[in-house]
Design a protein around this ligand. Sequence first.
Ligand code: XMP
Length: 534
Amino acid sequence: MTEKIIILDFGSQLTQLIGRRLREINVYCEIYPFNKIPVLDDSVKGVILSGSPFSVRDPKAPKPDLDSIKGKYPMMCVCYGAQYIAHTYGGEVNPSLAREYGRAMLTVTKKDSLLFKGVPEVSQVWMSHGDTIASLPQGAEVIASTDDVVNAAYAIEKENIYCVQFHPEVVHSEFGAAMLSNFALGICGCRGDWTADSFIDSSIAHIRETVGDDHVILGLSGGVDSTVAAVLLNRAIGSNLTCIFVDNGLLRKDEFSSVLASYKDMGLNVIGVEAADRFMKVLDGLGDPEAKRKAIGKTFIDVFDSEAKKIKNASWLAQGTIYPDVIESVSVNGPSSTIKSHHNVGGLPKEMNLKIIEPLRTLFKDEVRRVGRALGIKNSLISRHPFPGPGLGIRVLGEVTAEKLEILRNADAIYIDMLRNTPAPEGWKPASGASATGGTESGEGYLTLYDCIWQAGAILPPVKSVGVMGDERTYEYTVALRAVVSTDGMTADWVHLPYEFLAKVSNEIINKVKGVNRVCYDISSKPPATIEWE
Ligand code: XMP
């Protein structure tokens, strides 16, 4: 049984970060909204209460019943969590008088506390709260203080409860990761053996147990998530998995043939469906972005559905859903929970009557990549940038025609190839989970610009402008280039690509792509812009 830590989310922006820190030390964890505490079984080794934008004194503040947890499981309570324990069990929480935001120096007052093993007597922590704990709950003792906050950390040792008013999960808390590790590995006694390999072993066992001898179908997109899901399922059930990869005519240059070939090389049982004409037909005359998205989505479902019906005995549909898509985030405006909508799921017809299996639904994106590498998937597939489901259909702005798609495909191929072949300047870092792909397939080459970018692509606005080539006046399209860094696509910043690179890529595109006489670079971040233009 995979042992785990449960994190109860009180609505802090930082809750996912607590999860990341635990997984970095190979401890598996799950995040739940405070009002949906799961039934806790033997696999649960401890519980963490997160921070919150609320004050415990607010009548609308989250106030879960902790009877099934307190005294029964080790607890670590962060910021609001620490205040909630104090407020609920006999202590006192008041508005703070001194400044309790930002960096502070923490002095450990109980040197043999298990929470502070290996933590220096004085170290930097990061505070962010408007309330402070004026008196401790029953049975508690102070274990660390700052200049302004006496009860910066306290413990109820006989119940294995450790509370900190600062945020150990942020990097500004110098030894925060050590404290989380002391809690998980020391106090909770987790083994810390949750690795990509152990994930693969337990997933394979779980998939076999769940689907038995049934047949599973999976829609491949060429992206990292569906590819990793397919290879994992293939390991588990072999030929009982059929994958469907649809050419919607909106893929990038040579993408259908090259990705299909790599899938076949990996031993996947994959059906490539050439359906470009059907997509072009439904897009004919459509200019509105949402109308285009809907038309593409519906056609995809129709094509997928008719292919799926040809597969006898299919009773499961596998999807490459990942953890950020399924975490329910606590709404700051009330106790109700909202689920982030997911671009790729939903929309499949109910009458398909298939049960859903999502083998990656507990993994973050970079963990999916790690699992993919451990499964032996080629680095060029694992390190691919995200690409939207509607493909170039939303990068040709306005009406989509075969001529515009051809122009965009050629410009995009030049841009992406150059990003892949240009070494990154000194000091640049790989995007989350990416590895150095330059000059080799192994992931141990030199770092390229492509590796340091979260997502890049070319866009074709419906704009022609005047230019001059030789002695001729031209009236041709403008291509826009986009490159962003991001962690989850929710916010993004444009990448400061070197001028020399931009100059070179602009020259290449204008010289080689017929129909283009101008190249622009998008210097907008998200918000207020979005990553895609449509
Ligand atoms: P935006 O443009 O909303 O994009 O900033 C955020 C991320 O989502 C991708 N994206 C989509 N993916 N279907 C998808 O599968 C879509 O309709 C879609 N729209 C945007 C986008 O490429 C970026 O990674």
